[in-house]
Design a protein around this ligand. Structure first.
Ligand SMILES: [Zn+2]
Length: 343
């Protein structure tokens, strides 16, 4: 089908292995040029805003009504997957072509440079004209829909997070001559804390905690560590759980990114479409950041539809995969839900 061919064309940009379309590079430009051509073929009015975001509009019968946008991003991580971002953009163009003119103006949108921090959508939010609603179809990037036996899922919100560094000081010493009960080993203390953080996250539904980087000094094979320092990344689906998690993890202080709740109206439109097809209604929080979270934070009624991943839900990898059947179903649900929102 045409949508799969378009995903192949985007995937081929930048050479393999995997998708290689880092934000604001020639490869992302090429992807935007391709998508702009598809938008024009679909009869959309194409605009590129000052941040390079691509917006293809289908004017509605009531031009003053708040616009309804669908889309995602066309940049990728290095050696990324075939679906991440690209699926949401290609599906939005497909949906608008099927829907035709509605009461509210519709637009298919590709935001710039999502992977490195949502530069495009942050730029729009800082000074552009925002839509009334945003709907983003995206690969789940996790295993939960596959485990639930559900092809599609409705996103409840985008997790909030906090990052910190923990440092443990001990006393460096000789690995051979210092008895075990005379040691003050910084890495052993750090290891106990890492296990405690795991248990803290496990005790709060939907929370996660990750220690992904660790440094040990002086760092000798035959030296007891005198200092250990590690990174902590904690995430939770709502503000209350994030607060509990941060307190229990002992990383209070500056620099927390709030969770973004998805709009009840958009979730309801998606739910109605899943129920109309007899599909299981699975609701889940997104553990990854998305443009939808940036828009929601700016007051846009934002929602996301996740499509089930194969291969254990792996993403940011050439092994990222969704079945053609699941993708076709996702495009149908996206289209009809957009129709509900656009009137
Ligand atoms: Zn993405």
């Amino acid at each position: 089908m045409r949508l799969q061919e378009r995903l192949d064309e985007l995937y081929a940009i930048g050479g393999g292995p995997g998708a290689n379309r880092v934000g604001y590079t020639a490869a992302e430009d090429e992807a935007h040029a391709l998508a702009a051509g598809w938008m024009r073929e679909a009869g959309l009015e194409v605009e590129v805003d000052q941040h390079g975001n691509l917006i293809g509009r289908l004017p509605g019968e009531e031009p003053d009504a708040p616009e309804v946008w669908a889309g995602s991003h066309l940049d990728s991580v290095p050696q990324g997957g075939r679906y991440d971002g690209a699926l949401g953009v290609v599906a939005a163009i497909e949906a608008l072509e099927r829907l035709g003119r509605r009461r509210r103006t519709l637009a298919a949108v590709a935001f710039r440079d999502e992977e490195r921090g949502c530069a495009g959508s942050r730029g729009l939010v800082a000074g552009g004209r925002l839509p009334g609603a945003w709907l983003e179809l995206h690969h789940e990037q996790g295993p939960r829909l596959a485990l639930a036996g559900a092809p599609l899922g409705i996103v409840t919100g985008i997790v909030g997070y906090k990052r910190a560094v923990k440092t443990f000081e001990g006393r460096a010493g000789h690995a051979g001559t210092t008895p075990m009960d005379a040691r003050d080993d910084a890495l052993v203390a750090a290891a106990e804390e890492i296990l405690r953080l795991r248990d803290v996250a496990r005790s709060i539904e939907g929370a996660v905690a990750t220690v992904g980087a660790i440094e040990v000094e002086p760092g000798g094979t035959n030296v007891i560590p005198g200092l250990a320092r590690f990174s902590v990344d904690v995430r939770a689906p709502d503000a209350e759980r994030l607060t509990r998690l941060i307190e229990a993890a002992g990383i209070d202080g500056e620099g927390r990114t709030e969770p973004a709740a998805m709009s009840a109206e958009v979730r309801e439109a998606l739910r109605a479409e899943l129920e109309a097809r007899g599909l299981p209604v699975v609701e889940l929080a997104s553990g990854a950041g998305h443009d939808a979270g940036i828009l929601a934070g700016a007051g846009v009624a934002a929602g996301m539809l996740f499509v089930r991943g194969q291969n254990g839900g792996v993403s940011h990898s050439p092994d990222e995969l969704s079945s053609d059947e699941d993708v076709a179903l996702a495009v149908d649900v996206l289209t009809e839900a957009l129709g509900r929102l656009a009137g």
